[in-house]
Design a protein around this ligand. Structure first.
Ligand code: SAM
Length: 309
């Protein structure tokens, strides 16, 4: 069960006043910085290179989805005033939050991440970043959020913990009638790329060993349905053809995936019992195979409203 925080001692953003600052725990592997947190299965780095990948990924998503969100919340964000609050869990360097905060200056935006790669200075007055491990529950008041956004955090969360801790916490902190939006991608697939498929199979094994369900993106409608707490559940998906055959978007997507795979070099190669140099060679071959074969990446979006009753 999730850790529930009582509604006492929250600031105007709905964030619980934390007595102790989280001790940021990390390790360095092969010159890259990674989380070292007991209950976390997150395997991507948390350094400046990854922050840049994440910021590029934000611009990519904004383009392919034609905006920053799909939930029908624009009117509330425009006219709702100072009591409207938006939460981004696993906000990374905060690119989505900062972009949204500029578009909706009267709304309060809260970004939570266990790795403090978000800015600590010159933060707009309507933004609050919180360093916190969401597997310990959300340090947020009950029924305080109008909109919750989650994008590409599932590689940090074991599926069981996600369903047993995170989902109940998300429901707890949403206002009745509030909206939630999940965006997660499947693993890439290739029609004919032998090395690409070998790597993809290895990565899926690596993820499952950590309890991560790489296909959860497409399952959010059923997950929301199963809680009995949501209505107006909607789903959309984009399948991107990777590489030059997918045009500029295909090339950007391939770069984002490749950078992510480079970030997982040491943990993935170690799990697959492979020399890191061999892993590097396979990821380079994957790049060239994408130009010769049909390699695709499907990204899912699901949005839903919390029931009023
Ligand atoms: C791939 S990044 C995505 C960042 C951002 N949501 C975006 O779309 O650009 C995943 C983020 O989830 C964060 N994360 C992973 N496990 C977490 C946890 N247990 N608590 C809070 N944040 C977590 C990571 O630190 C990382 O910043």
């Amino acid at each position: 069960m999730g850790v529930c925080f009582s509604n006492t001692r929250h600031d105007s953003f709905g964030v619980r006043r934390l007595r102790h600052k989280l001790k940021f725990r990390y390790q360095t592997l092969d010159g890259r910085l990674y989380q070292a947190i007991d209950n976390s299965v997150y395997w991507l780095p948390i350094d400046d290179i990854e922050a840049e990948r994440s910021t590029n990924s934000h611009l990519f998503h904004k383009r392919i989805w034609n905006g920053n969100f799909h939930a029908p919340i624009a009117e509330i964000l425009k006219t709702g005033g100072r009591n409207v609050r938006v939460l981004d869990i696993g906000c990374g360097p905060g690119a989505w939050i900062l972009d949204m905060a500029e578009s909706f200056p009267n709304v309060k935006f809260i970004g939570i991440d266990v790795s403090p790669t978000f800015p600590t200075e010159n933060i707009p007055p309507n933004v609050r970043f919180v360093e916190y491990n969401i597997l310990d529950g959300l340090p947020i008041a009950d029924a305080s959020m109008d909109f919750i956004f989650q994008r590409f955090i599932i590689h940090g969360i074991n599926e069981q913990a996600y369903k047993q801790i995170i989902i109940p916490e998300l429901i707890r902190v949403m206002k009745p009638g509030g909206w939630i939006e999940f965006t997660e991608g499947d693993n890439y697939r290739s029609e004919a790329g032998r090395v690409t498929n070998r790597l993809a199979t290895g990565i899926v094994k690596f993820l499952r060993y950590r309890g991560i369900n790489e296909n959860i993106g497409g399952e959010f409608p059923q997950i929301c349905e199963g809680t009995g707490q949501f209505c107006q559940i909607s789903h959309d998906a984009q399948t991107i053809r990777l590489g030059r055959q997918g045009g500029e978007i295909g090339q950007i997507a391939l770069r984002i995936i490749h950078e992510g795979m480079k970030g997982g070099r040491i943990p993935i190669a170690e799990y697959l019992n492979m020399m890191p140099e061999h892993y590097d060679a396979l990821t380079e071959t994957m790049l060239s195979e994408a130009e010769r074969t049909e390699t695709t990446w499907t990204i899912h979006k699901c949005w839903a409203q919390k029931r009023l009753d």
